[in-house]
Design a protein around this ligand. Structure first.
Ligand code: DGT
Ligand code: CA
Ligand code: CA
Ligand code: ZN
Length: 585
């Protein structure tokens, strides 16, 4: 059970109690607990396992709630919720999924109109019956119809790229074990490195398409065969993800791979450029627009051939979003995108001193094994109390350990790794940072992040971040918008002002590589680049395993058109040390 899972159960409990017209105070308590738990960075399991702490340390969690959390962690269920769920009519759960329809309103609709399904609700809105219920009007009817469309469009959740990538790796490995497969590649949003992936698109060349389709259906993770044909099949695999496979002729492989890589917007532009050259282009290749033409169409066996035929440089999939990539490719001005092997350091990570799973020495060894030249240890500052954030004393003690570690690492010679004394300070709700300036002045590397008070108004949040950007010790703003993909939207912040201030003060902005953050996103990172702001791609690793997400951050940077010059941690240690200036070790 993740914290989000537990929080969801409490929210659900509050919903059902509210539906039943229970005591408002009790409902508020469950909602507050759900919020605390969801905002909690550290896993509830970890807090519980730690003998020095208790779940009741959490704000708004008393003995009763702590016991309920333990029950959920142990069994995955909450008896009170099961009891209520059995009592409440099933359709209520569907109706509660409609944004803007709280439990009270659902109750009114059920009692007043006998609504028993989303379809019935839609019908009632369209026929104007909903406005007859007290507290509902014509406007609410329209709003409900809009929300219904939203609910129906988003029932199948898009998967994080990193999760989809595992499915892609698995299905490709399986399919490459089929003797009839000559070549198979993944296309679609996965190949473009999108933050989330709706479904997986595979393109194959085969000696025997029927055998390939049969092999595909026998994939061990298949839960459902959605469609099955001679050259196209779809099935449902892990995480409920749909996987589409198309088998194409060898001469059409490039055309098909290009077509199914998308994006749709990119393809529309490529096709219209093809028409200017006298060709139509689809997944089978080029054809003369003029059907009488005897002109031999250009080959489309590979992607570069296609782009070349249109007077374009090959465009990396990450840039195929129908923005300015065709113009750049025509002028030979595509950016040389940053690659994972360009990354020389990692400047945001945690250890067991706060909420990390691995010790300082383990993290350093893990980083070395990944070939990094330098890292910054950036545990949480004291505001993040539930992660046992560091106060001044504990931070200085950690830094002493880092000094000693650096001495012994230096003794191993120049091929070793340098460990920077860093900290991830919190931008406090009332402004300011959670550690004193004189301490921060002694750090090699300061990341400032905003973890609390995320629902403050735009001006307030922006002000807090601008203050941190202008702070002399702060080098980089961590995960600048705070969004968590599929879980929590960004806080309300004026990113234009943030980027302008960062440009002015030479503060860096982070591209947090965690698959559910990827924050800055591609649009913001591209805007930062245009403004001359340099970025840092960081893993925010909470364990040695956590270093593995760097590739996700690099993908996001590539989608933003970033080159290695735009990314500070592509500098070798020598240059990076000069950039840090005299303050550093
Ligand atoms: P997703 O799956 O929602 O994450 O996004 P994509 O980009 O993978 O979209 P998907 O799976 O619907 O289609 C894969 C690619 O195939 C898409 O990026 C472009 C191409 N494609 C699919 N259907 C159409 C279409 O109706 N028109 C055009 N122009 N291209 C299409
Ligand atoms: Ca897709
Ligand atoms: Ca698809
Ligand atoms: Zn962090």
């Amino acid at each position: 059970m993740t914290n989000a899972d537990v929080a969801a159960l409490f929210d659900r409990l509050a919903d059902l109690l509210e539906y039943e017209g229970e005591n408002a105070f009790r409902i508020r308590a469950y909602r507050a607990a759900a919020r605390t738990i969801a905002d909690q960075i550290e896993a509830l399991d970890a807090i519980r396992a730690d003998e020095t702490r208790s779940l009741t340390d959490l704000e708004g969690v008393g003995r009763d709630l702590a016991a309920k959390i333990e029950t959920i962690l142990d069994s995955g269920r909450l008896p009170l919720l099961d009891e209520l769920s059995a009592r409440v009519p099933a359709e209520v759960f569907d109706l509660l999924r409609v944004p803007g329809l709280g439990p009270k309103k659902v109750r009114q609709l059920v009692d007043g109109l006998g609504i028993t399904s989303l379809d019935a609700l839609e019908e009632a809105c369209r026929s104007g019956r909903v406005r007859g219920v007290k507290g509902f009007g014509e406007k609410t009817e329209a709003a409900i119809l809009k929300s219904l469309a939203f609910v129906r469009g988003t029932t199948a959740q898009r998967q994080l790229w990193d999760d989809a990538d595992q499915v892609v790796g698995d299905v490709l490995a399986w399919m490459r074990g089929c003797p009839a497969v000559e070549r198979i590649e993944a296309a679609g949003s996965w190949r473009r490195g999108c933050e989330t992936v709706g479904d997986i698109d595979l393109v194959a060349v085969a000696t025997d398409a029927v055998a390939v389709m049969e092999h595909f259906r026998r994939w061990e993770h298949t839960t459902d065969v959605i469609a099955s044909g001679g050259t196209k099949s779809s099935l449902r695999g892990p995480r409920g993800m749909q996987v589409d496979l198309r088998v194409v002729a060898p001469a059409a492989f490039g055309a098909a791979w290009q077509y199914f890589t998308g994006s749709k917007e990119h393809n529309i532009r490529v096709r219209s450029r093809a028409r200017e050259h006298g060709w139509s282009l689809n997944e089978y290749g080029f054809q003369p627009v003029d059907s009488d033409s005897r002109a031999v169409p250009p080959p489309a066996t590979t992607e570069p051939e296609i782009y070349r035929a249109l007077g374009l440089a090959w465009i990396p999939p990450e840039l195929r979003e129908g923005r300015d990539e065709l113009a750049l490719a025509a002028e030979g001005k595509l950016p040389l995108l940053v690659e994972e092997r360009d990354i020389r350091g990692d400047l945001h990570m945690h250890t067991t001193d706060t909420d990390g799973e691995d010790t300082l020495t383990d993290m350093v060894q893990g980083a070395r094994q990944r070939g990094l030249e330098y890292i910054a240890i950036t545990d949480h500052g004291q505001r993040v109390s539930m992660a046992r954030g560091l106060d001044e004393t504990r931070l200085l003690r950690q830094w002493e350990r880092i000094d000693r570690l650096n001495e012994s690492l230096a003794a191993e010679g120049p091929a070793s790794i340098v460990v920077l004394k860093g900290i991830e300070v919190d931008m406090l709700e009332r402004g300011g940072l959670d550690l004193p300036d004189d301490v921060l002045a002694r750090a090699d590397w300061v990341v400032a992040s905003l973890h609390y008070g995320q629902s403050q108004p735009r001006e307030r949040i922006t002000e807090r971040i601008l203050e941190a950007i202008r702070h002399p010790a702060v080098r980089v703003i961590g995960h600048p918008t705070g969004r968590l993909l599929n879980r929590r939207p960004a806080y309300d912040v004026d990113m234009e002002a943030v980027i302008a201030a960062a440009a002015e003060s030479g503060t860096f902005l982070e591209i947090n590589a965690h698959p559910s953050r990827l924050d800055l996103d591609d649009h913001h990172a591209a805007a930062a680049r245009r403004a001359g702001v340099r970025m840092v791609i960081s893993t925010d690793a909470h364990s040695v395993r956590g270093f593995g997400v760097m590739r996700c951050g690099v993908l996001q940077a590539r989608r933003a058109g970033l080159t290695s010059a735009d990314v500070v941690n592509t500098l070798g240690w020598g240059e990076f040390r000069r950039l840090l200036g005299p303050r550093s070790t």
